[in-house]
Design a protein around this ligand. Structure first.
Ligand code: SAH
Length: 381
């Protein structure tokens, strides 16, 4: 930082940016929001595993804000803007935003800047088809911030240039922007016949997903590089895998393999056609922190400030872990499954799925961490 005045990024309209903008308008973004409302299968009622991630991240978030956020460079500004990318319907997003606000305020106080605590504005982002009504109706009454909804894929720019001081995204960037085209194409060597995910598939399928991931992450970082002010932070938490863990052994992937196996059981029972399963794939990728770091290096606009395993505490719930996983997967995947297979199938599918989870996922099997936290800081161009 050279001067203590506002260090808003002034972004050059490079040829690359123009190309990206052109690509973005022509790209097809798939949207598979979580189940809305507040019914028994809704995301609101089935997101305590993601909530555990928010809780586990709290301490690291405080540390990142205390040590890495350069509030002095924002000082003349009377507002502090936060974006939650992939916020869903709550309540987790409200907890996370509360944690961020608390940490930022405490940083102002600890630096003797009580009189300069800014107004907070929070942008809640998700796909346009997310249940924003539900989100807005449940905004905390006593919130200390102005709230705004921002619809649209976070794989493109969704906020003005140099407008955000702090971006956050929890359990969302594992969703790719789309299923890689080749895996659903029966004429392609990467056709993913009989499976719905890459992790137990052929090398061609794995490569197609890896390429999609790396393109998407470049789009994500490029969009954030436009939106975030110099010195601003991004905190990302996501389910993924250790660099030395093969795709097929990572818990988030095993959970999806079991869903594929349940669908294939329904094919054998004649309830679902095989073609429907062959043309169906889940656009979720379990990245390693090493892959994410490589994408950040390639992009060049951010420094990596922190990489940590997120030690998610045991969830205090009366259901068993396999049951919990089954109901969480239902809240997350119901939309995409309904689109392909119809609503009638869901109860039978998830009964089968729950049994498979009980059979294959050990309650005590915590194994290696499967959640990670990464902190990035916007560098000056
Ligand atoms: N952050 C919340 C929700 C996680 S669920 C929590 O921790 O509980 C993942 C959310 O990411 C879903 O609401 C989904 O619609 C959203 N999402 C996935 N891909 C997205 C994209 N490309 N753009 C915006 N939101 C996306």
């Amino acid at each position: 930082m050279t001067t203590p005045t506002i260090q808003y990024a002034i972004h050059r309209e490079t040829e690359r940016n123009k190309e990206m903008a052109a690509e973005n308008t022509s790209k097809v973004f798939e949207a598979h929001p979580m189940k809305g409302g507040d019914g028994p299968n809704s995301y609101t009622k089935n997101s305590i595993l993601q909530r555990a991630s928010v809780d586990a991240a709290k301490e690291l978030l405080n540390k990142a804000i205390a040590e890495k956020l350069d509030i002095e460079s924002f000082l003349p500004s009377k507002s502090f803007r936060i974006a939650d990318l992939g916020c869903s319907t709550g309540p987790n997003t409200f907890m996370a935003v509360g944690n961020i606000l608390e940490a930022v305020e405490s940083k102002y106080r600890s630096q003797g800047l009580n009189s300069q605590i800014p107004d907070f504005q929070v942008f809640f982002n998700d796909h346009a088809s997310n249940d924003f009504n539900m989100l807005f109706q449940s905004l905390p009454q006593n919130r200390q911030y102005h709230a705004a909804g921002v619809p649209g894929s976070f794989y493109k720019q969704v906020l003005p240039n140099a407008s955000i001081n702090f971006a956050y995204s929890s359990t969302a960037i594992q969703w790719l922007s789309r299923v890689p085209t080749a895996v659903a194409d029966s004429n392609s060597p990467a056709w993913n016949k009989g499976r719905i995910h890459y992790s137990n598939a052929t090398d061609e399928v794995k490569r197609a997903y890896e390429t999609q991931y790396s393109d998407d992450m470049e789009s994500f970082l490029q969009a954030r590089a436009q939106e975030i002010v110099y010195g601003g932070l991004i905190v990302l938490t996501f389910p993924g895998r250790h660099s030395d863990t093969p795709h097929s052994d990572a818990l988030p992937n095993m959970v999806l393999q079991l869903l594929g196996a349940s669908l294939m059981d329904l094919v054998r029972k004649g309830v679902v056609s095989e073609e429907k399963v062959d043309s169906f794939n889940i656009p979720v990728y379990s990245m390693s922190t090493k892959e994410l770091a490589a994408a950040v290096e390639r992009n060049g606009c951010f420094s990596i400030e922190m990489v940590a395993d997120l030690l998610v505490p045991r969830v205090d719930d009366t259901s068993s872990m396999p049951q919990l996983i089954a109901s969480h997967i239902r809240a997350g995947m119901e939309g995409i499954l309904k689109q392909q297979f119809g609503e009638e199938l869901l109860d039978e599918l998830f009964n089968l799925y729950r049994e498979k989870c009980e059979e294959h996922i050990s309650t005590t099997n915590t194994g290696k961490p499967v959640n990670f936290l990464v902190v990035l800081r916007r560098k000056e161009d």
